[in-house]
Design a protein around this ligand. Sequence first.
Ligand SMILES: [Zn+2]
Length: 509
Amino acid sequence: MVRICVSMACLLALSACASSGGPSGAPPVGVRQQQDSYYQAAAQAVSARETERGAPRAKNVILFIGDGMGVSTITAARIWAGQNRGLDGESYRLAMDTLPYSAFAKTYTHDSQVADSAPTAAAMTTGVKSYNGAIGVTQSADIRKCATAETASADSLWEIAEDAGLATGVISTARLTHATPAAAYAKTTERDWENDAQVSSSGKEAGCRDIARQFVDWRHGDGFEIFMGGGRANFLPSSLSDPEYPNQKGARADGRDLTLEWANAGPSRRVVTDLAGFRGVNFDSDVQVLGLFEPSHMQYEADRAKDRAGEPSLADLTRAAMTRLSRNPNGYVLMVEAGRIDHAHHAGNAARALADTAALDEAVAAAMAASDPRDTLIIVTADHSHTFVIQGYPGRNNPILGLVTYPDGKGAVRGLDSRPFTTLAYMNGPGSICRISPQGNVCNREDLSNVDTQALDYVQQALIPLPSETHGGEDVAVFARGPGAQLVSGTIEQNEIFHVMARSLRLVR
Ligand SMILES: [Zn+2]
């Protein structure tokens, strides 16, 4: 009998009797981006390392992404976390520091030296490099024509895994329609089209869909088992009040309540919007959970921990997700994003960036404790860096958020302007020492002698004035443990991370 197969699920069903290969016994399948040059180069690089170092099979993969977590952020967060525990911060070890393999990843994109989160996340979820601002599409997309996202789509590891019968999850402290989590399911040339009201009229005419709608339209396997984070407003119609903030409304102009549509599409689907709802879910069951804990991004960890803002921590979310996903005997793929490290950096606010990095590390520790390194590949990395520096020659044990002081206790080190400066600073952003005035630029560095630079809201000094501090373009660190981790070493392309994960799971060739 001749059967014509067009979908990946169909291909898998046809080949289900094969004796080896993918998790359900099916051999690995082709992906839509198979002919892309970035995809092929990365596949070859990882394949060559498999030949050298072996290719153990992973049952599960957990990808941790610290959004904007450059190397200087990791170092500063390590010192901060150690000092907060009354320990020697410099020699303190984060959980991610204890992972046995590490590499540098090159984060440039198809069109930019310095990346934004859309193509860098998609590099890891689909194995290709693409355009800044674009999600889930290859270089063959035309970023001026949103409809080309359909023809230039790249399959994500989450889609491939669902189609192969694995369980899948996405967790983020950012809006679930934000670039990084969206890279698990969306295809768009416009990362800012998170709800339909944001789609341009020409985009609507061309039939281009917003990202939240792409989530409910997602047709892979039985859908995500776990999808938890922020961004509630993008799923609710503008006619509906927010359940937590009655003065706020949903953001959708099309009148659709996507939370209801999603919940009605399966028998065991639960939507939760607060800590009590989260705690009421039995994750050790076949439940599918859509958690939307804020209308926009979730709270920064420093604020959540301070006033118990009614939200689970990233570690809480990670533990719950692993409980649910590990019920699938075929294994699972989970993304955990600390999305707000990036936002605090954009605001020039190091204290919140470090607290969110430490919260990510606690989630990494939770995942390490709850998984077996013999069957679970854990990768911890960043999508890109920031212009964040650790400077001067501060003495050991000097508070990381403090002023640079001499190691011998002789007080603050001063610049040639006779003023002290902080250990942590930015090259650009809202903390700029320059102000634009009718008389021209006035650059005058504030005297920090009597400023509490360790205050949560303190904005570090910067040079170039910009409303939002920018990303940085240097390589980011990648840490790994488990089957496939030995493929993570040296200097790699960011999109190789997809190939390490997908090949270790035996989901692609
Ligand atoms: Zn950013």
